[in-house]
Design a protein. Structure first.
Length: 366
């Protein structure tokens, strides 16, 4: 990739690699230094990302019109210098080139789904720099906009310059974005997982083994039945569920009480979500919730607190259960091979979104 004729007059400051190096380091390049030469390569990469944030046609048309207008005016009119001198005499990194270099270097680390960090992960460099810059400078930010609890502030940070925003756009266009969404799980697959859990439950005698089975089965039926995100399911409260247990049994419902901070909310709050005791697809919600509640009462001796706990005995997190969930998916695929697609990897099923995506998809289809 290389610069195009006209990139240097597309609305953002252009300086050569050596000038940018001097602005960052306040010294000249040491040409036999491996570190300095590597830094120059990153500076060149950042400059090219800025340039290629614009389409080639836009750059070409802008420069062509500029040349045409300037040539015609020069021949017919008396025109002095209408442009200021390019560049600036002070050694100062006003555009955040140094931060761009750090971000490019960080992007070379191995990512989760590919051999480098994706743009969204690499962009966290800008976040920590902005926090540190504001803390160090203690600048008095002026509020630009405030509504619905969201506030924007004016800032003199070099990462807020037009140059840096073009760099971010160019880098995103160059690297692209690989999205790997959680695979939706349908009701037939849920039933296969529950059948596998029932089989293992009947074989298990140790209460701790049964707890592991009930944890995943209850997580699955609550998450799928209520169309919840995985991080919301772990907020299920024993006390809240017990409060409505007898009343809702007559209605053939299970009232799932959730307590915690939810997406878009700032404070702890209660949410009550009713689910059919047995869904139209035959998913046994009440049975698995009852089993886990009984284990929490008989083994742990508790009548309130979180329904889902980890091995340390505290409220569990999504990550505490996801590995076991994928194990049950593997076992269910072995017992019901025609229910699952062979083209979908087990790792594509995750408690974070698979249950919610499957539930909402089936609801839309019905």
């Amino acid at each position: 990739m290389h610069g195009r004729n006209g990139d240097h007059v597309m609305g953002v400051r252009f300086e050569c690699d050596v000038c940018n190096f001097r602005n960052i380091n306040k010294r000249d390049v040491v040409w036999n230094s491996t570190t300095d030469l590597r830094t120059l390569r990153y500076i060149r990469r950042a400059s090219l990302d800025v340039m290629w944030s614009r389409e080639s046609g836009t750059v070409s048309q802008n420069f062509s019109r500029m040349q045409q207008d300037w040539q015609g005016a020069s021949e017919a009119l008396a025109i002095g210098g209408i442009f200021p001198k390019m560049g600036h005499p002070e050694l100062e990194d006003k555009n955040g080139v140094g931060v761009a270099v750090i971000m490019l270097h960080a992007s070379r680390r191995k990512g989760k789904y590919c051999d480098h960090l994706q743009y969204v992960s690499a962009r966290k460099t800008v976040t920590w720099y902005m926090h540190a810059y504001t803390a160090i400078t203690e600048e008095e930010d002026g509020t630009l906009f405030a509504a619905d609890g969201k506030t924007m502030f004016a800032s003199s940070s070099p990462t807020r310059t037009k140059w840096f925003q073009k760099f971010l756009l160019g880098m995103k266009r160059r690297t692209g974005v690989i999205r790997k969404q959680d695979e939706a799980i349908n009701s037939a697959q849920i039933l296969a997982v529950l059948e596998t859990g029932e089989f293992l439950w009947n074989q298990a005698e140790d209460p701790h083994k049964r707890r592991g089975i009930a944890n995943i089965m209850a997580f699955v039926v609550i998450g799928y039945g209520a169309s919840l995100r995985g991080e919301e399911v772990v907020l299920a409260s024993i006390k809240g569920i017990r409060e409505y247990w007898q009343e809702t049994e007559k209605m053939k419902l299970v009232m799932i009480a959730l307590r915690g901070k939810f997406k878009g909310e700032d404070n702890l709050s209660w949410h009550l979500v009713p689910i059919a005791s047995v869904t139209g697809s035959g998913i046994q919600v009440r049975k698995w919730v009852r089993r886990l509640m009984n284990i929490r009462r008989s083994v742990d001796g508790v009548m309130e607190g979180p329904l889902f706990i980890n091995r340390k005995g505290v409220q569990g997190k999504l990550s505490d259960f996801n590995g076991d969930f994928q194990t049950f998916i593997t076992l269910a695929r072995e017992r019901h091979p025609t229910t699952f697609s062979s083209k979908v990897e087990v790792e594509d099923y995750n408690l974070r979104r698979s249950l919610r995506r499957g539930s909402t998809t089936q609801a839309h289809n019905n």
